[in-house]
Design a protein around this ligand. Structure first.
Ligand code: 5GP
Length: 195
C-alpha cells in the first residue's frame, strides 16, 4: 500500500447481523469516513443498484481484476466472488479519509495479514442465532435453504471473533450504532500504536 493518512476500518458480521445498516449510518453521521463499494459476481437483489450497493460484474471480469492486481482482497462467499477494489481505497486513505470495508471473515483475515496492526477490526455480533434466523427470514432475500446455509456459515464466522479488535453486539440498533461510532472516534484520537 502506498503512502496513507486515513485509517482502515474492517467490519465483519454474519449475514443479517446488521453490519451494512450500521456502516451506512456511520458514513452518513461521521465526517471524513467513506465506505468502499465492493465488486461481486452475485446477482443484484431487488432494489440493489450497481455502483451503489455493489459493482455487479461477471466472473470473467472479476478474475481479470484479480490477475491485474486490482483487488486489495477477495473471497468466495456463498458461491460468488466478492472483493475490495484497491484503487479507490488507496486514493481515499491518501486523501485523509478513513475507509470502512464491510467484508467477510476470509477477506478480513487477508487484510489482517497485509496490514497487521495498521487496520482496525470490528465484529458485529448478532444477539443469538435464533435472532439471526428471524432477521434473515424478514429480509425475504433468501430461500429457506439459503437461510440455513447462512446460519451454518454464521456459526463458523463467530469463531473468528477472537481475531478482531472489537466486538459489538447488535441487540439494539441505536446502542450498537453508538458503540460503533465510539470505537471509530476513539481510534481517531489514538496517539500510541497505530498510525
Ligand atoms: P451479501 O450477498 O449478503 O450482500 O454478502 C455476503 C457476504 O459477502 C457478507 O458477509 C459480506 O460482508 C461479504 N462481502 C461483501 N463484500 C465483500 C468484499 O469486498 N470482500 C469480502 N471478502 N467479502 C465481502
Amino acid at each position: 500500500m502506498t503512502e496513507r493518512k486515513g485509517k482502515l476500518f474492517i467490519i465483519s458480521a454474519p449475514s443479517g447481523a446488521g453490519k451494512t445498516t450500521l456502516a451506512e449510518r456511520a458514513v452518513k453521521t461521521l465526517p471524513r469516513l467513506k465506505r468502499s463499494i465492493s465488486l461481486t459476481t452475485r446477482v443484484p437483489r431487488n432494489g440493489e443498484k450497481s455502483g451503489c450497493d455493489y459493482v455487479f460484474v461477471d466472473t470473467a471480469e472479476f478474475k481479470d481484476k484479480i490477475r491485474q492486481g486490482k483487488m486489495l482482497e477477495y473471497a468466495r462467499v456463498f458461491g460468488n466472488y466478492y472483493g475490495t477494489p484497491r484503487d479507490g481505497v488507496e486514493k481515499d486513505l491518501k486523501n485523509n479519509f478513513d475507509v470502512l470495508l464491510c467484508i467477510d471473515v476470509q477477506g478480513a483475515m487477508k487484510i489482517r495479514k497485509k496490514f497487521k496492526q495498521d487496520a482496525i477490526f470490528i465484529f458485529i455480533i448478532p444477539p443469538s442465532l435464533k435472532d439471526l434466523r428471524e432477521r434473515l427470514g424478514k429480509r425475504k432475500a433468501n430461500s429457506r435453504a439459503e437461510i440455513e446455509e447462512r446460519l451454518a456459515v454464521a456459526r463458523h464466522e463467530l469463531t473468528y471473533l477472537k481475531n478482531y479488535d472489537y466486538g459489538v453486539v447488535n441487540d439494539d440498533l441505536e446502542s450498537a450504532f453508538k458503540k460503533l461510532c465510539s470505537i471509530i472516534t476513539a481510534e481517531r484520537c489514538k496517539v500510541k500504536g497505530r498510525k
